[in-house]
Unconditional design. Structure first.
Length: 323
């Protein structure tokens, strides 16, 4: 009996020892799980990736800011301009199209950043929209998903900008920044449009009349660039004997993108004007520079008594040369 009691006692002591060992192991495991340093997360770290997702939705740029110097010419020549809005943080994307905007022009989606390059996808215009045929600048500010180094060039891919599914790549340099037009001092403000008067071109600087206005041309008008985008040479046939019978030049105005109107004024009253003819020319400075690279249409009025106009397409290489 004593031996059996001793066995039971030894068995109970062994069980208690095993339980103590088990409890010690559990306590050690719990201590290991809770032994992280202060401020250190116990959650697994997210896998690193170069894909930062998409930025904020595009925000339209005010028209006043789109009047920044040289932007119209840049978009007219290249079809699009991409600049920094806030260097390293947001881009300004500017395109040209119908002044109506909205569904009449491509619309950008949010910018995406992947492996250091920015991708901007466009939605095409709505083919069912009734759109005006004028041309205006439209721009948006697009925030990047995360900041990038603005001191280095940034590659930007524009997808489906022309509605053909193609991707166009442009590079934004560190100094490509959209800035507000500077307010000029009053002494530097240009004259109002149309205020610059035309001046005669000396006879010895005019070409042969038949070379620019072939016989039978009506109206008898020719137009060339003197300085592409800045000034025109407008030539007409008039009386040499009685110059009082000739039309008087008034001025040139820019009536739209790629459109110029040149006005003359005919003398009034009954006049006995001879039928002799000589070539006259005037320099018409434009009140504002316009892009000449895409071609310009010039409408000349006031040279014909029947009221007919001369509409002349002017290419950038149509420059008046010295005789």
């Amino acid at each position: 009996m004593a031996s059996r009691a001793g066995f039971r006692m030894r068995r109970g002591a062994r069980a208690r020892a095993l339980a103590a060992v088990a409890l010690t192991g559990v306590a050690a495991l719990l201590a290991a799980c809770s032994s992280t340093a202060p401020g250190q997360s116990t959650a697994p770290s997210a896998p690193s990736t170069d894909d930062a997702g998409a930025g904020a939705a595009p925000v339209a740029i005010e028209p006043e800011l789109l009047a920044s110097g040289g932007l119209f010419e840049r978009v007219s020549a290249d079809g699009v301009a991409v600049l920094w809005s806030e260097p390293g943080e947001s881009l300004a994307v500017v395109i040209g199209g119908s002044g109506g905007g909205g569904g009449c022009i491509p619309q950008p989606n949010a910018a995406e950043l992947d492996d250091g390059a920015v991708t901007i996808a466009f939605d095409p215009p709505d083919p069912a929209m009734m759109c005006t045929a004028d041309f205006a600048l439209h721009g948006w500010t697009l925030g990047l998903p995360e900041p990038v180094d603005a001191a280095a060039p940034l590659d930007v891919q524009l997808t489906d900008l022309q509605g053909d599914g193609e991707t166009r790549e442009v590079r934004v340099e560190p100094d490509d920044v959209l800035t507000a037009p500077a307010d000029p001092q009053p002494s530097l403000i240009d004259d109002e449009p149309g205020a610059t008067a035309p001046t005669p071109i000396p006879e010895d600087q005019l070409p042969d009349a038949d070379a620019v206005i072939p016989p039978g041309t009506l109206p008898q008008v020719a137009v060339k660039w003197l300085e592409p985008g800045a000034s025109l040479a407008v030539m007409t046939i008039g009386s040499v004997v009685a110059p009082v019978c000739n039309a008087t030049p008034v001025g040139a105005t820019v009536t739209g993108p790629g459109a110029i109107e040149v006005a003359f004024e005919l003398p009034t009253g009954d006049m006995d004007c001879p039928a002799d003819g000589g070539l006259y020319g005037w320099e018409f400075p434009l009140p504002e520079r316009i892009p000449a690279a895409l071609g310009v249409e010039v409408t000349v009025t006031g040279t014909m008594r029947d009221g007919s106009e001369a509409v002349i397409a002017l290419a950038p290489e149509d420059v008046l040369g010295q005789p």
